[in-house]
Design a protein around this ligand. Sequence first.
Ligand code: ZN
Length: 148
Amino acid sequence: MKKMNNLENLYRQVIIEHYKHPRNKGLKGFPQARLYNPSCGDDITMETKIDSGIIQEINFDGTGCSICCSSASILTELLKGKSITEAKKIIAKYYSLIKGEVIDGEEELAEAMVYQGVSKFPARIKCAALPWKALEQLLDGENNEQKS
Ligand code: ZN
């Protein structure tokens, strides 16, 4: 039990770190998707520069709770340099994690594993998912462009 508490404490520290010192915050004018979570007031815009099916850059901006803003920051670091296919797999795995489902290949989620405990707080699942849903819209848009 003590070990679990230490782990939760570590997770909290990672979340606070990213909330206070967000990575890749500030938009540069790449294609954007903005999502709003009325139940919490989170308002997040994600943007990506995708070239040859690879995510070259991801930035975000917006306001919200510590869960939402920190997960946007972690997301930008995690998916930068990944292909669209890889990114979609990681996003799907992350959704499973925050819903409390058993996942394999935890190392793929790296720092995003800190949201493991979110499944215990159903109201916060939306907060943790919001930036990822916005990014997913951008990736889907990219796929559609390539098809047409
Ligand atoms: Zn929130």
